[in-house]
Design a protein around this ligand. Structure first.
Ligand SMILES: Nc1ncnc2c1ncn2[C@@H]1O[C@H](COP(=O)(O)OP(=O)(O)OP(=O)(O)O)[C@@H](O)[C@H]1O
Ligand SMILES: [Zn+2]
Length: 589
């Protein structure tokens, strides 16, 4: 749009505000490319673009700023270069970096008028949400999935934030379904991708979110069988690169383990059927892997899958050995991981899943379908991204004009009477975990205890939607927050919250409040080598305390937050008042 027509449609005031704005765009992918184009053409004064990734062939169909010659180059840098041509005068800055890096601190975020999220994962979205709240900078959050799109305006203290509503976590499959009772194509694909591939080419037991390896009382047998089979495959791995390697792996997983399964489980209906190496070798004598590999949309036959299994196993083996040769002593051992855009791993997963499907009488899937399923991909649609990016800019106008009341949560849908629907923005409903996560910087792994009983932890979230009173937490009781993040180098000291009930005032009804000043919680002391006598008194930082562990509420309690509301707002010792009306937790300063 030429500058004059922007002027005419938006008015002089807004046009000037736009010109003076300094905005940050996080993510230069599907939405990001569209958004950058919009921002440049609308006349935003200064635009900073950040993306950690490089351009991949599969991006080109919709990330229209990128061309074939850009493959393997930084998305942020290329996006900047290309968008600059639309508007040579625009001030653009690019960063090839992870937004979660420490260098992008609160002060840096504060230097922007507005932040746009065009990301594709929860962790990064949460992080930016948190930084924007801390910096007091408005955030336009967006996302698409197939034909669906969503734009959310987030402003500290005025609207709900990204973390106000719990998000769905990706599906994970129980080990028994994957190891011994697959019934759907996806079960075979997850087995190939999250079990066999990491075992053969990864570091061994990968912590894959799709495979739920947690032990329960009723999966003990399953887990020990799995461990036994895993050990055996590791032994076979020692012969990697030898003539018989492919045969050994094949016989182990498609014959020996299946025979064992048939004899140890009770089978009603169809029993699994073992595969025969010699027969498949005969049947596939005339199959050319180079031709099969090009068959994308049609399911491979069993002999074709057999050939591709051997072929991809060899290719991956050669790659891993090449990496091993180039690794110097002391470096961590190289591994190969599944990537939907890595042809060798995709072929391996497709072929292996088809062979496994044959064992269990499940329909096979093509390489194309496997790519979608293994990559958890809902196809990205360029039009959805473009429309969503447009909606982001329209919402940004409302924020810049200071008319947040007119800003909306916008939804793009294919079904329904209208393509675009909207909701008014909800005021922030401040819940305990929201405060802990967004205001105090806790990660996912925390637990909440009352009288040393766990009332919440990551894998015990039944109480999440309950009011405090439903949990017997009323006036004058205390709860303790334990930082369970054992990845964290220095977990926070335990935080004890003392709860006092008081009626909600009228003003709080309309303007929920938040911690006035970010509280920086002290970190647990580094463990000192205890002497023999005082062993029992040394707290064990990072180690999860369980029910009945008495030292929880004393000893290393960090900070008691007083509960009397202070009369003037100058007191930095933010008083947290837990208000149970509606289960919300209000924070008063
Ligand atoms: N922590 C992060 N820091 C910076 N950029 C990020 C971060 N996490 C994700 N991104 C970027 O956000 C963008 C999301 O866009 P999108 O998902 O459309 O692209 P894509 O990942 O290339 O596509 P696809 O997911 O379909 O392969 C990606 O370019 C990705 O690199
Ligand atoms: Zn993505």
């Amino acid at each position: 749009m030429p500058a004059s027509s922007v002027n005419r449609s938006l008015g002089v005031g807004l046009t000037n505000t736009i010109k003076k704005s300094r905005v940050l765009l996080v993510g230069a992918g599907g939405i990001g490319c569209e958004l950058l184009k919009n921002l440049v053409l609308t006349g935003f004064g200064e635009i900073h673009i950040l993306d950690l990734d490089t351009i991949d062939l599969s991006n080109l169909n919709r990330q229209f700023l990128f061309r074939h010659e850009h493959i393997k180059k930084s998305k942020a840098l290329v996006a900047k270069e290309v968008a600059q041509k639309f508007q040579p005068k625009a001030k653009l800055e690019a960063y090839h970096a992870n937004i979660m890096d420490k260098q992008f601190n609160v002060a840096w975020f504060q230097s922007f008028t507005l932040v746009f999220n065009a990301l594709d994962n929860l962790a990064a979205r949460r992080h930016v949400n948190r930084m924007c709240l801390a910096a007091g900078v408005p955030l336009i959050e967006s996302g698409t999935m197939g034909f669906n799109g969503q734009v959310q305006v987030i402003e500290k203290g005025k609207t709900e934030c990204y973390d106000c509503n719990p998000k769905e976590t990706p599906t994970s499959y129980p080990i028994c379904t994957i190891r011994s009772r697959p019934t759907q194509p996806i079960h075979c694909i997850v087995w190939a991708k999250s079990y066999l591939l990491p075992l053969l080419f990864g570091g061994g037991e990968e912590d894959d979110k799709e495979l739920d390896r947690s032990r329960t009382t009723d999966n003990e047998k399953e887990m020990s069988e799995l461990e036994r089979e895993t050990m055996q495959i590791k032994e076979i791995r020692d012969s990697m690169g030898s003539e018989e390697y492919g045969n050994k792996v094949f016989v182990k997983v498609f014959k020996t383990d299946i025979e064992h399964l048939i004899s140890t489980e009770v089978w009603k209906g169809r029993k699994p059927e073992v595969l025969d190496w010699d027969k498949l070798s005969e049947d596939s004598a005339s199959v050319d892997p180079k031709i099969v590999e090009k068959i994308d949309q049609k399911e491979w036959s069993l002999p074709e899958a057999f050939v591709m299994f051997k072929d991809s196993l060899n290719r991956l083996t050669e790659r891993l050995q090449e990496l091993q040769r180039n690794t110097s002593k002391g470096d961590s051992a190289p591994i190969l991981e599944f990537d939907k855009d890595d042809e060798d791993t995709l072929v391996f997963v497709t072929a292996t899943a088809i062979l496994r499907s044959a064992v269990f009488g499940i329909e096979p899937k093509s390489k194309f379908d496997t790519k979608q399923m293994a990559g958890n991909i809902i196809p990205a649609i360029a039009t959805t991204n473009a429309m969503t990016a447009g909606l982001c800019v329209l919402q940004a106008f409302k924020v810049l004009q200071g008319v947040l009341n007119n800003a909306k949560m916008v939804f793009l849908e294919r079904s329904g009477a209208r393509a675009i629907n909207s909701d008014s923005l909800n005021p922030p409903e401040i819940r305990l975990w929201w405060v802990l996560r967004t205001q105090l910087g806790y990660g996912e792994e925390l637990s909440v205890l009352k009288d040393s009983n766990i009332i919440y932890e990551l894998d015990f979230d039944e109480n999440l939607s309950k009011k405090l009173s439903e949990l017997g937490i009323s006036n004058d009781s205390s709860i303790t927050i334990v930082d369970d993040d054992d990845q964290d180098q220095d977990p926070r000291v335990n935080l004890e919250l003392h709860i006092i009930e008081r009626p909600k005032t009228d003003s709080e009804e309309s303007t929920p409040v938040s911690l006035k000043k970010a509280l920086e919680l002290r970190r647990q002391p580094k463990p000192v080598q205890p002497s023999a006598e005082d062993v029992s008194d040394v707290p064990n930082p990072g180690k999860r305390k369980r029910e009945g562990d008495d030292d929880l509420t004393n000893g290393h309690v960090a900070k008691k937050v007083a509960a009397e509301p202070t009369s003037n707002g100058d007191d930095d010792d933010g008083v947290i008042v837990l208000d149970d009306e509606g289960g919300a937790i209000l924070i008063d300063d």
